[in-house]
Write a protein of this length. Structure first.
Length: 274
């Protein structure tokens, strides 16, 4: 099993396929298995690299570490250097989408294209729309409180019941895939007392000069957030998947993979993909 040793951080990753490097970044609490089905389809045209962020899956999970988007972005930069990648296509889901967007604004010279699924940066909502972000933040705060008072297992049970996972919980197969995608998450970020740095990227949208697309389910509560980011980035694409929730890479892996391939093929000549 390959690991990237990046100083105090050790990240688990898998690589497959041939072509332009394409990095898949999972959502919060999730591991590389959330991309099962997506990576196989992409691997026919791209070199797919999927990794577990710090605190999830088989990567390091240490409460003494910092858990923030700033740290995640730094990890991604160090990870690309470790793999000797000068540039790559980025694909992120939920928290991973925010990492991909932030990284693209801070390191635009390292990004071929960015696909943000189910979340976005800069985040906000258009006038008259309702933001789900305060509800999501309250959900995280409650999980941290539960971890401190009732223990991490209680917090993990609470997280697994989130509205964001709702569509997956309607079938036995959906529950199985969700559980597999959450394996390895031990809640280290919930109990970490290390200060979290914040990155204000609200003024950096103009750095997103590479091709950018937002992919989001029509039932995803973060749809207004994706609409807002799309409005800030001239030339970006907004793809709304009908009958889909927040977990579209797990709900509809073939559809998501096809959209990623179509987007990359439409913005880069085949020579750049192969």
């Amino acid at each position: 099993m390959p690991f990237a040793d990046l100083g105090p951080v050790r990240l688990y990753y898998e690589a497959s396929g041939e072509g332009a490097p394409t990095i898949l970044i999972p959502g919060w609490t999730l591991n590389t298995h959330m991309w099962d089905g997506v990576d196989e389809s992409l691997g026919s045209s791209l070199k797919v690299i999927k990794y577990d962020v710090r605190g999830a899956g088989q990567s390091i999970s240490d409460p003494s570490l910092e858990y923030s988007r700033a740290a995640d972005v730094e990890d991604l930069a160090a990870f690309m250097d470790h793999l000797r990648l000068e540039r790559a296509h980025l694909v992120g889901h939920s928290k991973g989408a925010r990492i991909a967007c932030m990284f693209s604004m801070l390191y635009p010279h390292k990004v071929l294209s960015a696909t943000a699924i189910g979340s976005a940066e800069p985040h906000g909502v258009l006038e008259g729309a309702r933001s789900f972000r305060p509800i999501a933040q309250a959900w995280v705060v409650k999980a941290r409180d539960m971890a401190a008072k009732d223990g991490i297992p209680a917090a993990l049970t609470y997280l697994a019941q989130s509205k964001l996972f709702g569509r997956l919980r309607t079938s036995v197969e959906g529950v199985r895939r969700l559980h597999r995608a959450m394996e390895g998450y031990a809640g280290a970020d919930l109990i970490s007392l290390t200060p979290r740095r914040e990155i204000d990227v609200s003024h950096l949208a103009s750095n997103l000069t590479m091709p950018v697309q937002f992919v989001v389910g029509d039932e995803d509560p973060f749809l207004p957030e994706c609409r807002y980011a799309h409005s800030l980035i001239p030339g970006s694409d907004l793809v709304i998947l009908r009958g889909s929730g927040h977990m579209v890479p797990i709900e509809k892996p073939d559809v998501v993979a096809a959209q990623i391939l179509q987007f990359i093929a439409s913005t880069f000549p085949m020579a750049a993909i192969d």
